[in-house]
Design a protein around this ligand. Structure first.
Ligand SMILES: [Zn+2]
Length: 254
């Protein structure tokens, strides 16, 4: 049941999305960020494309934060050395700023769910070798109130789009959010952990026990949410948990 609710937009959202998808076939293709007319569907205009910050190596082997200098293949950042994350590694396609922010806000709040098709290839590229056979994709779940309000779970749409383009399988209902949480941006470490404590539960342990799991989300901010997800998935028997997000907050790129 969760599976259908998480994936299928509510009826009115589905109709709006369907209408938009229909219109997109008739109207000229537009830049996913600024909506300027472009030559092909799903392509950014030159200005927005130049404004995207793709995250590449060198970066922290654990949390994926970009490094200014190459510190070696397995080097971790100061934060990860101090408190190693429970997940094995996190990767993000883009820094969460400029046009990437615009795209994500349109995707989440602007009824532009078709953007999952634009974002998914970038997620697949960021995942590199991760998306092999037997890998299970688990989207970060929304609390049912938030799901009802928004009509869809953006992380589930992204995970499905990645599954469609890879050998990985989707377990959309494996994890549920049993308690609503606030955005943990601006909170200290203790408050962040408290905010998500007990918020997630593995609803379908059989889907993840003994499996190599990738938690999928739209954006990684403090990492507290995916940490809480990883903790529950590992406790329920996942052999490894990695994290894949479309964007991540980058504090210092210099
Ligand atoms: Zn790190």
């Amino acid at each position: 049941m969760m599976d259908v609710a998480e994936l299928a937009p509510r009826a009115n959202a589905a109709v709006r999305g369907g209408l938009r998808a229909g219109l997109d076939l008739l109207l000229p293709p537009r830049c996913p960020a600024c909506r300027a007319i472009v030559d092909r569907q799903g392509r950014f205009c030159l200005a927005c494309w130049s404004g995207l910050t793709f995250i590449t190596d060198p970066r922290c082997a654990r949390c994926g934060a970009p490094f200014d200098i190459d510190r070696g293949a397995n080097a971790a950042c100061g934060a990860c050395l101090e408190v190693p994350p429970r997940y094995a590694a996190a990767r993000a396609a883009l820094a969460y700023d400029g046009p990437a922010k615009t795209v994500l806000l349109g995707f989440k709040h602007g009824d532009r769910q078709h953007l999952a098709g634009v974002m998914a290839p970038q997620l697949v590229r960021a995942a590199g070798e991760w998306l092999g056979d037997g890998v299970v994709l688990v989207p970060v779940p929304l609390h049912r109130w938030r799901l009802w309000k928004r009509g869809f779970n953006q992380a589930a749409l992204l995970a499905r789009a990645v599954a469609d383009r890879s050998a990985a399988t989707l377990a959309v209902d494996a994890l549920v959010r049993v308690r609503p949480t606030r955005s943990s941006r601006g909170m200290g470490r203790g408050a962040r952990a408290g905010n998500v404590r007990g918020a997630f539960r593995v609803a379908r342990p059989a889907a993840i026990r003994g499996r190599d799991v990738i938690v999928v989300d739209d954006v990684l901010t403090t990492g507290a949410t995916v940490e809480a997800c990883a903790r529950m998935l590992l406790r329920a028997g996942a052999v490894r948990v990695r994290v894949l997000t479309w964007a991540r907050v980058v504090r210092d790129l210099s």
